[in-house]
Design a binder for this molecule. Structure first.
Ligand SMILES: Cc1cc2nc3c(=O)[nH]c(=O)nc-3n(C[C@H](O)[C@H](O)[C@H](O)COP(=O)(O)O)c2cc1C
Length: 207
């Protein structure tokens, strides 16, 4: 079992990375492998060209297509972001917009979580935004003992947020537990639900 941890901060070894490393410790204690993907700071946004709907990959050939190609290697996902003006970093949402749109449900039933790092405020608004990617994609959201946030302006400050560090480790362990439950369910013959045909209601009526 392997989990992809995405670092959406421009700081490769900053506060968000520090939080993700603590999640990794929790995963390791459950015997789950992980890989950290650090996004380049110039991840462009979605063109809304819908190329992906025909080709199954993004028209912008970058880290998103690399991730799409490797998606099946991962059983779970954690997306980490610094808080910018009470929201997640633009480069992470650019990455996630394109990844989720192009993946067309390939991440369904894989557990996911978001973690955020902030100096002081805006963490829960950021988490709310990030969690919406999962709950529209049939992805079980992994819980922790509190909302997944760390506080600090430097990695040195973040490690002093003892509760934040613990929340991250708990999240990693809970992700490991959830992955094992899913694996055990599969072995016992529990399959994912058969979806209904999708009903699209766009709130427009011609009559
Ligand atoms: C453009 C910008 C906006 C920010 N907005 C907020 C904010 O709304 N709330 C907050 O607590 N910290 C804010 N910060 C501070 C960062 O969230 C904080 O330093 C973060 O932990 C940095 O994580 P990193 O080291 O992984 O990049 C902001 C920083 C930048 C650069």
């Amino acid at each position: 079992m392997k989990v992809l941890l995405v670092n959406g901060s421009p700081h490769k070894n900053g506060c968000t990375y520090t939080a993700l490393c603590e999640v990794a410790k929790g995963l390791e204690s459950e015997g789950v492998e992980h890989e950290i993907l650090h996004l380049d700071n110039d991840t462009p946004g979605c063109n809304a060209c819908r190329f992906c709907k025909k080709k199954g990959k993004c028209s912008i050939d970058d880290v998103v297509n690399d991730a799409l190609e490797r998606l099946d290697e991962f059983d779970g996902f954690v997306f980490g972001s610094p808080v910018y003006y009470a929201g997640p970093a633009g480069q992470l949402t650019s990455f996630m917009d394109r990844l989720f749109f192009a993946s067309a449900g390939r991440m369904a039933y894989k557990p996911a979580a978001a973690v955020v790092s902030c100096r002081r405020g805006g963490s829960t608004a950021s988490l709310d935004r990030l969690n919406k990617y999962f709950t529209i994609s049939n992805m079980p959201v992994v819980p922790s003992q509190y909302w997944n946030q760390v506080h600090g302006n430097t990695p040195e400050e973040v490690v002093k947020d003892l509760e934040g560090m613990q929340i991250m480790r708990t999240l990693g362990r809970n992700m490991g537990w959830m992955l094992k439950c899913i694996e055990a369910g599969k072995k016992a013959g529990v399959s994912v639900p058969v979806p209904e045909e999708h009903a699209w209601t766009n709130f427009i009526r011609s009559d």
